[in-house]
Design a protein around this ligand. Structure first.
Ligand SMILES: N[C@@H](CCC(=O)N[C@@H](CS)C(=O)NCC(=O)O)C(=O)O
Length: 208
């Protein structure tokens, strides 16, 4: 089996990198220099026509979208390692629920705040009303996450799973890049801390 992982540090690829390390699978890494525009080269576009990282090639089959890649890796390698629930179980249903919510709902809100506030984007494209609306949604979603994590260490089952890696990675990125305040949500703050300090994630950060 061969796995090639295309990534750029501190991007959406980071959570896939973390998951690969947690799973302990063998893979080859290829760094894509986004600033140099390597994502637009024909050979990369043949793998991901969107010209974005991450991408993964498994035995010649290209994949893109970090969530799809994590779900694939979980099904294929995570069950035996106790990092992903077996399909058909209640925990699998919960894992899908929370990982998709984290990427689509919570992740979507985080990106709306980012696009409408961050100096990387031209002032004329940033909309204060949109940012304010997204911040309100973010508060409501943090409350949901905090309730879920109150009295439990991880999002699904008793132990850490790839759901925790995927979701805490996105939130930790948001806290760094958009300076969001989550002090009113102690269960969320403790969970992020618990997750990002795992050796696999520390190894990814150290290598970046
Ligand atoms: N929804 C995609 C997002 C991928 C994405 O936006 N990647 C960014 C880095 S975070 C990228 O490669 N941008 C390069 C570009 O747009 O030129 C995923 O989760 O994989």
């Amino acid at each position: 089996m061969s796995i090639t992982f295309y990534y750029t540090p501190r991007t959406s690829a980071t959570r896939v990198h973390w998951v690969l390390e947690e799973l302990g699978v063998r893979y080859e890494k290829v760094k894509v220099d986004l600033r140099a525009g390597e994502q637009h080269k024909p050979e990369f576009l043949a793998i991901n026509p969107n010209g974005k990282v991450p991408a993964l090639v498994v035995d010649g089959t290209p994949m893109f979208e970090s969530l799809a890649i994590i779900l694939y890796l979980g099904d294929r390698f995570g069950v035996d390692k106790g990092l992903w629930p077996r399909v058909g179980t209640g925990e699998h249903a919960e894992a899908l629920t929370w990982i998709v919510w984290g990427s689509v709902t919570l992740g979507g809100t985080i990106f709306r705040i980012f696009f409408n506030t961050h100096e990387w984007f031209p002032a004329e494209s940033r909309n204060a009303a949109q940012a304010e609306a997204a911040r309100k949604e973010f508060e409501a979603e943090l409350k949901i996450l905090d309730q879920r994590l109150t009295g439990r260490d991880y999002l699904v089952g008793r132990d850490f799973t790839l759901v925790d890696a995927a979701n805490s990675s996105a939130l930790a990125w948001a806290l760094t890049f958009i300076k969001l305040d989550i002090s009113a949500y102690p269960a969320v703050a403790a969970w992020i801390d618990r997750c990002v300090n795992r050796p696999a994630n520390r190894a990814v950060s150290a290598a970046s």
